[in-house]
Design a protein around this ligand. Sequence first.
Ligand code: NAD
Length: 501
Amino acid sequence: MSTDILHFINGEETAGSGERRQDVYNPATGQVTGNLHLGGQDDLNAAVAAAKEAGEQWGDMSLAKRSAVLFSFRELVNAHADELAAIITSEHGKVLSDAKGEVKRGLEVVEFACGLFELLKGEYSDQVSTGIDVYSFRQPLGVVAGITPFNFPVMVPLWMSPVAIATGNAFILKPSERDPSASGLLAKLWKQAGLPDGVFNVLHGDKEMVDGLLEHPDVDGISFVGSTPIAKHIHETGTRNGKRVQALGGAKNHAVIMPDADMTMAAEHLNAAAFGSAGERCMAISVAVAVGDAADEIVSRVKDLAAGIKVTDGTDPDADMGPVITPAAKERIERIVGEAQHDGAAVVLDGRDLIVKDHEEGFFVGPTILDKVNQTMSAYEEEIFGPVLVVLRAESLEEAIEIINANPYGNGTAVFTSNGAVARTFQRKVQVGMIGINVPLPVPVAWHSFGGWKNSLFGDLHMYGPDGVRFYTRGKVITQRWPEPTHVSGASFAMPSSSDH
Ligand code: NAD
């Protein structure tokens, strides 16, 4: 049975006026489960108009009232965490425990945004000149849009919307068309939390809708998370149209394993970071750079662990890993593994042609390890975004750092070592935004900000945390004087400075 998946505009679910539809699948069964309504220009105009009007009132509302909504939303997301996780698993395929973890990490950002009193506190300089004070504070941008990827259908919308809304903006979410249903529940929870209609909207669509948002004169800011070519397009088009844009792109995250690392810990973490969520995480470790003697041991240990991974429907309580998102993704991953094999890589573990019992139509690929890969192979050059770990071998820490810095992406990286000096050199020299020291998935907690370097982020500000607050607000600085009865004017045609008075 296939369910209609609708937009949420101005506080109401709506089928919209767009005529196009797209199938949504359960990737574990290969069955169509949803009929997604793709919006048209009228839906876009309706959502932006509702957001503009509601946003003006919301941005004027007291911080106390806004914070009450945020606290209430926090409780509701927490209460519906299992329901959200079940929706994620049914359309994305990741295992339920991982889907619950995704909701938790999103909830962290809601909790951060609950502190909006502190986050929006301005600055004050008393008596900068005689009788003159200067103070600054920040105001919302207005209408902001969030365009999100398939791999975190709850967490990434929650990286953006709580901070945008807490700071007084109206938000339009354009979720991935592959797993769009969770955004509908988020919209209902915002409404139930007391958020005025029109402040949070969901518009479904594809490139056509995204380009409409990028062109619309009443959209003031765009937050994007997705693949690098699209991130670049979003940043270029959005900024050309005068919007503030942050666009997070793809990744190829390297973990360096030094010979002095705790090998048991390194192997276990590498295994989980490479194959968790079938490798469909922007912070997944997809490349291991094994230094010197570490290579043979780490490859053999990860192979043993990965061979024991249970791949099946994510709703199975014993599942470690679910399917990949589409048949096209499966085909592409398997093609790249074949190319690496053809070019001389060693296929240490082969997850191609995996058939999962009772799920023969599902889009499954098993854990795959490619050893002795070099920097010219497509398995290294492309973001595979599947359960494939490629292993490069290096002679020294310096060579490992050179490999990382030559890569066009710079999202996350990690080093496994027991030597503090090695860790310190690594963190200072790698050109990457998020670094783990014996931590393979260094996704920052909500009160720090998330963002990569190079082709992993276009724009200046990272997402959520303090950068998120800066992104969704504009600064104002006031210089004030209240003349006293005895006041001497002191007006002058020369440029005034504080030392004049
Ligand atoms: P995607 O780029 O295909 O899609 C992301 C969004 O862009 C979707 O909402 C989609 O509808 C829209 N879109 C797709 N094609 C478009 C086009 N031609 N023009 C305008 N909009 C378009 O990404 P995806 O496959 O959904 O997600 C996986 C990618 O996201 C990976 O590259 C992954 O690394 C990246 N990602 C990055 C981060 C990060 O924080 N850097 C986090 C999560 C995912």
